[in-house]
Unconditional design. Structure first.
Length: 262
């Protein structure tokens, strides 16, 4: 999984200098990914400890992994997040612990610190063979089978072993794992009538598209790895932030905002 973080970081470093309309977002995200990788490494390297998957039980270790992450947000983040990071650094660790528990019980995409801190924790829960417990997870094909999270982005890839419908996957916004999903279905409401589903892309982002649903008025971005195998969906999704603007102007809401708030 360390390689997974490195791949995202390299992709963000690669895209940021030539980004059009998302340069600052990608520069921040590149630093954020480094801080998340450090959280992951801290947890993985913690002696004589493995996560139980019960956040309340694991909190003392998780909270100890966060000071470096808060410093990164304070120095590289947009003003409002930087100020909040400074406050949290000074606050009693219990404040952060309580916020993490609230997110654990009811995740929301506007809770930046909680979402960013728990992604690497949940990755290590998954990689170490545990499962999240003590949270009411949403169940259904549109939710992550591991943690119940909502999808952050979808991607297409060639899989030799599966049929046409089997090559679309969703990446979980909460734990970053992925799961197979049917190709022509709204990832928010399950709409499957083709006339209600629209796809929009601009030549600028050849391998990224908006996948919109006229029934629930939600959208998700899709990254086509068959056109750009070197892409990293959660990073390329941020690079293509101008497409989100287009979607919002056309009345669609994103299923889940990403960590840079787009
Ligand atoms: Zn998940
Ligand atoms: Zn829908």
């Amino acid at each position: 999984m360390t390689e997974w973080w490195d791949k995202q970081i390299q992709r963000a470093d690669h895209l940021a200098p030539k980004a059009n309309g998302s340069k600052e977002l990608l520069e921040f995200y590149a630093q954020l990914l480094r801080a998340q990788k450090n959280i992951y490494e801290f947890l993985r390297g913690h002696k004589h400890w493995l996560p139980s998957g019960d956040l309340e039980h694991d909190l003392p270790v998780v909270v100890n992994a966060l000071p470096g992450f808060l410093r990164v947000v304070e120095s590289c983040g947009p003003a409002s997040l930087a100020a909040e990071a400074a406050d949290l650094s000074q606050a009693d660790p219990q404040v952060l612990a309580e916020r993490l528990m609230m997110y654990w019980g009811n995740a929301s995409d506007i809770q930046f610190f909680e979402k960013a801190a728990l992604q690497p924790y949940l990755r290590w829960v998954a990689d170490s063979g545990a499962r999240p417990v003590g949270r009411e997870a949403a169940v259904g094909e549109r939710f992550c089978p591991f943690c119940g999270g909502s999808p952050q982005v979808s991607f297409l890839q060639n899989k030799e072993t599966t049929a046409e419908s089997g090559n679309r996957d969703l990446i979980c916004a909460t734990c970053l794992s992925s799961w197979e999903f049917r190709r022509v279905v709204c990832a928010n409401c399950g709409e499957e009538r083709p006339a209600k589903l629209g796809y929009f892309h601009s030549p600028e982002f050849d391998h990224v598209r908006i996948e919109a649903c006229d029934t629930c008025k939600h959208y998700i971005k899709g990254v086509d790895l068959t056109r750009a195998g070197f892409a990293a969906p959660i990073v390329d999704e941020i690079d293509a932030a101008p497409l989100d603007l287009w979607a919002r102007e056309h009345g669609y809401a994103k299923i889940e905002l990403n960590l840079v708030g787009v």
